[in-house]
Structures are given as C-alpha cells and as structure tokens.
Design a protein around this ligand. Structure first.
Ligand code: UGA
Length: 448
C-alpha cells in the first residue's frame, strides 16, 4: 500500500511506538490520548515515557505525526484506526475493556471504508463482540483486524521495525491484506489467521514466556540445594535449538504490565470457558514466591531483619525502562518494611517516590549503600556492575550483596570482601558475612 492515514488511540508505550514506527514507514499518523498533560508534553517535543530510540524517531518523523486530544481530529480522513489503550486487570483478574469500548463508541457511524485494528491485549472473543457492535450500528464498511503487539519495553522500537513475526487476524481477507500492506518495508513472516486465533497468539506467547521464567526460577532454586550453577544449566539447556537461550534468565520473578496480567487473563479465560488451566496456576504461584525468596536469603545472613537497613538497587521491573508496574521491588520493599527493616531504594530512571511508601528513595547508589546491612540488586542496571568496589565495602555496615539478577561475578565479589548470594548459584557454608560488628548494630537488632 502507498502511504496511508492512520489514527492511533492511546499514547502509552504501545501507541507511541506504533504511531512513530508507522510514520517512519511513510504513513501519516495522528495519535490521540485523553490525558492533556501527555499531549502537551508530546507537542512540546518532550517524551511522557522513557523508551530508548523513541524520541529520535518521533523527532525524525515530525511532519507525518500529530498528537491531539480531539478524537474527531484524529479520525479525520483516517483509513485505519489502531486501538492501543491499556486493558488493566479488574479485581477479578480478567481484562477491563472499558477504555477499548470508549474508543469504539467514539467512532462515528460512517459508511466510509475504515479498518479498526486492535493492538491492545484483549480476551479471545473480543473481536467477535466488537464486530457485532459495529454491525448493530450499521457500520458494515468498518473492517476489524486483530494485530497484537509484541513490543517489549526498552526494545520496543526495534521490536516493531524488526519483529519476529506480524500476526494479522481478520474476518475478511481484504482487511487482512490492507493491514499487511501497512507493514511494507518490515521484513518479517506474516501469520494470517482468524481473529480468535490472533487474540490467542498474544496471550499464549506471553504465558509461555512467563512459564519459561518460572521454570528456570524453579531450576535455580533446586540448583541452590544441590550445588549446581543455574547460569551454566540455562546455557547448557538453551543451546539445544529446540529450547533456545532466551527467557531463561533466573531472577526475582517477572513483573511489568504484561506478563502477570496476561497470564491471569488466560487463566480466567480458560476457567470461564470451562477449562482449569492447571499449569498457569503454578506459573503464577512460583513467580509470587520467587519475589519473596530474597527475604529468606537476607535472613540467612542477618537473622531478624528488624532494625536492619537494606538497600534496594534498581526498582523498575527490568532495566532500560522507568516502569514500576508489578515490579518485584514493590513486593520486596513492602515485605522488608513488614519485617521491620529500614529500606533505602535507588533507581536511575524510575520515580518511586509515589509508589514505595515508607521507603527512603535516594538519588545515588552511594547514598543507598551507606550504612546498609545488605545491598540487593533488584534490576539489572549497568550502573550496578561495579557495585562490589572498595568504596561500597567501606560504606556498608555489613558487606552483604544479594544479587537478584546474577549480574555480578561471584568470585570477584567474594574476593573484594563481600558475602555474596545470587539466584541458583552455588554457595558454601563459609560464604557468610566475614564478621558481624555487634557494636554497630542498632539497639533493636542487637536485642533480637
Ligand atoms: C513483554 C513481552 O516480552 C512482549 O513481547 C509483549 O509485547 C509485552 O510483554 C506486552 O504484552 O505488551 P515486557 O513486559 O516489556 O514485554 O518485558 P520483558 O522484557 O518480556 O520482561 C518481562 C519480565 O520478565 C521482566 O520482569 C523481566 O525482568 C523478566 N524476565 C525476562 C526474566 O526474569 N527472565 C528472563 O529471561 C526474561
């Protein structure tokens, strides 16, 4: 297809990346959001989110990109309407589609040809319901396509422009063809299917990746008991081309706005359809327990945590994003506070001051570790690779590093004078704190 006019509803991660990338492919794009602050920031040339490469992309394509609060303005002349609004979980754990429906209701009942494209993650069956709604409003000329996004935060621009695949599920072949053509210039296999299958590809992909992570986390936990090293195990497994090396990094559990939510969506979708998805229950439970295992590791070295000072290093749910949604750091911080610890928290980009209540959020690693009884690596930020320095050693009250991401080399850290524990890496009974300076402990901890 030659250049198309596209309206994108929702200026979050998915919407902004989708809009900017379609502009990069030569299309004219209007991105609409209902939050005035977001639109004014974008129109002022700034970014409402932190996503590597996005700012440059938007800058480069300014003449083909508009940001507006006005739905009618965004829809004017649009041949495609992409829905990129969020679908947060309800209290019951299934998808809250209210924002999706608001967009659909805003569409004018036009007889002009237009294609509605669903990027938001929705339960299987949503497309059918939307189709029925459009038909009931006499909008037979409006096509409907499910085109799920597979963008990971931090690499979203590359994931859009160099994807592993593009999934296009449609009721009508010509709609599928038109959406496929929009991606001209992107070199990737296209999976053409029906709407329900496209919706399921998205949920099943995220659930499978989460399953891999929970699997390797359980292998890591067993490795700790039997003296094996999970990093070597994961590499040895992953080089089998039937398994693959990606999404086999053990850690402190997966977070973010997608995996936890989408796994729960799929579990409930199955349940509501009459199938008990046993495996996903375990994936979720293992993930919850994994976030809490750090507490046990701290207690092993420090005893009671009451009165101790713990530095949480990295707060975002993963590196290269400022996103704190479902971040393991939030669970960890609240568990530590409940154990009576003082918590100091640092992240290079995520602003946790409103999210982590009762925690002292500091602006440098040095501030976080000064006088701390333990430093916990929560997010794999590069800034933390040099953590085991003589300066840190001198600054901490007790030299204990719990490496929730296996970011550091255990031998180097131990040689630098720290007690070290990673995830699924061998420890020895001798690998305890070199000394416990009783006199330096606060009264509450000494009394335990
Ligand atoms: C995820 C998917 O990777 C995207 O394909 C998808 O489009 C997106 O969800 C979505 O549904 O919108 P994202 O949540 O940005 O993307 O993050 P990931 O990089 O996949 O990481 C998710 C979590 O798993 C993070 O907490 C990360 O630290 C953890 N993880 C990842 C591991 O613990 N181990 C690994 O090996 C990989």
């Amino acid at each position: 297809m030659s250049e198309a006019r596209i309206a994108v509803f929702g200026a979050g991660y998915a919407g902004l990346v989708t809009g900017a990338c379609f502009a990069e492919l030569g299309h004219t794009v209007a991105v609409r959001d209902i939050v005035p602050a977001k639109i004014s920031v974008l129109n002022a040339g700034d970014m409402p989110i932190f996503e590597p490469g996005l700012e440059e992309l938007i800058e480069r394509n300014r003449e083909r990109l508009r940001f507006t609060l006005d739905a009618a303005e965004a829809l004017e002349g649009a041949q495609f309407v992409f829905i990129c609004v969020d679908t947060p979980p309800t209290y019951a754990g299934d998808a809250d589609l209210s924002r999706v429906w608001t967009v659909i209701e805003e569409l004018p009942a036009t007889s002009d040809r237009m294609i509605l494209v669903m990027k938001s993650t929705v339960p299987v069956g949503t497309g059918e319901t939307v189709r029925a709604n459009l038909d009931a409003r006499g909008m037979d000329a409006t096509g409907y396509v499910s085109n799920p996004e597979f963008l990971a935060e931090g690499t979203a621009v590359r994931d859009f422009l160099e994807p592993d695949r593009i999934v296009v599920g449609a009721f009508d072949e010509s709609d599928a063809e038109a959406v496929e053509q929009l991606h001209a210039g992107v070199d990737a296999p296209i999976v053409r299917t029906d709407v329900a299958s496209a919706e399921m590809v998205k949920l099943a992909s995220n659930a499978f990746l989460g399953t891999r992570i929970s699997f390797i986390n359980e292998i890591a936990n067993v490795c700790e008991l039997v003296g094996a090293d999970v990093n070597d195990v994961a590499r040895g497994m992953g080089l089998d081309s039937r398994i693959g090396t990606r999404y086999l990094k053990p850690g402190i559990g997966f977070g973010g706005s997608c995996f936890p939510k989408d796994i729960s969506f799929l579990k409930l979708l199955a349940g509501n359809s009459g199938y008990h998805f046993q495996l996903l229950n375990s994936v979720i439970e293992v993930n919850e327990l994994q976030k809490r295992r750090v507490i046990g590791k701290l207690q092993k070295h420090l005893g009671s945590l009451r009165g101790s000072c713990i530095a949480l290093l990295g707060l975002a749910f993963k590196a290269h994003t400022d996103d704190l949604r479902e971040a393991p750091s939030i669970v960890l911080a609240s568990r530590l506070l409940a154990e009576g610890a003082d918590v100091r928290a640092w992240d290079p980009v995520a602003d946790a001051s409103q999210v982590l209540k009762g925690v002292s959020v500091v602006s440098s690693i040095d501030e976080a570790v000064a006088g701390a009884d333990a430093a916990v690596i929560v997010t794999e930020w590069d800034e933390l690779r040099m953590l085991a320095s003589p300066e840190t050693l001198a600054a901490m009250r007790r030299p204990l590093i719990i490496d929730g991401r296996n970011l550091l080399d255990p031998d180097e850290v131990r040689a630098a004078g720290f007690a070290y524990e990673g995830i699924g890496r061998p420890t020895s009974p001798l690998d305890m704190l070199p000394e416990t300076p009783e006199r330096d402990l606060p009264a509450t901890a000494r009394d335990e």
